[in-house]
Design a protein around this ligand. Sequence first.
Ligand code: HEC
Ligand code: HEC
Length: 254
Amino acid sequence: MNTPRVLRVGAVCLIVLVLAVSRSVSAQDGDPNSGKAEYQILCIECHGTSGKGDGRVAFGMFPRPRNLTTGKFKIRSTPTLPTDEDLFEVISRGMPGTAMPSWAALSEATRRDLVAFVKTLSPEFREAGPAPAAPSQETPQMPELRSLGKIFAQGRQLFQDAGCVKCHGPTGLGDGPKADRLKDDWDYRTLPPRGFSLARMKRGRTVEDIYKILLNGMGGTPMPSFTDSLSEEEMWAVAFHVWTLSAAGVPSGL
Ligand code: HEC
Ligand code: HEC
């Protein structure tokens, strides 16, 4: 074996080793078996034994506990599956305004184990491979402060023109003409929120969180993605408008 060949073989071995180590590191992110044990204590009453959202206390809840077996999630930063971080955040924060509690009091390791277990319930995560689907969009950039006046006016107009009013109504009270006829993908009736309120925003209360909802919509619900119909600037404008329709507070980054 001459020296360059030894080097080449060595380099290949090194790459294989690095890949193997990085895979096992990502697999260590959460342990699905420990997650399952926690799930059976903490989540089963609502989400059910097999995760179908049919736990003992689920009946009569509105919205219903998520059916975790269909690969559809409301909070996701990709057009398809949520990333591990999305699931981690939603489990930590809970879904304000619904029965889904915040689990922030659990250790981070336990919440990561729960994420790993939740992912075993939908075959879609296995089909997508071991790595979580990567976010499809860059982290959004806040528009410049000096252009905010223009943005608010544009946002108010777009709330009309982009069709938000059809479901959310002219002032976001959830009283648009389509609002009473909406169903989700699990065949339950669903409604836009009865008025936007920062305290009850399911993804978080900053303008950026609202912008992210407009990017990817809310999986399994009639709330669509506006990536194809609005520019980035327009989505920011309408996100600011929704934010002003909600309770007082300070938008992130200002
Ligand atoms: C008291 C009932 C209840 C308990 C207990 C509960 N959940 Fe939920 N969960 C809900 C409801 C209701 C929703 C749906 C809210 C919605 O659709 O807006 C939900 C939604 C979710 C979602 C979907 C988030 C999304 O983006 O769509 C995940 C993931 C989840 N729960 C995980 C858990 C885990 C893990 C536990 C246990 C640590 C747990 N839940 C315990 C009621 C509960
Ligand atoms: C076809 C009806 C429909 C249209 C059109 C629509 N929405 Fe929605 N929207 C919904 C529904 C239903 C929900 C509630 C989803 C859920 O939580 O189950 C929702 C949720 C939201 C939320 C999240 C609220 C929360 O509590 O977290 C925001 C923000 C939002 N919509 C903004 C908009 C904006 C801005 C537009 C227009 C650019 C728009 N929506 C267009 C139906 C619609």
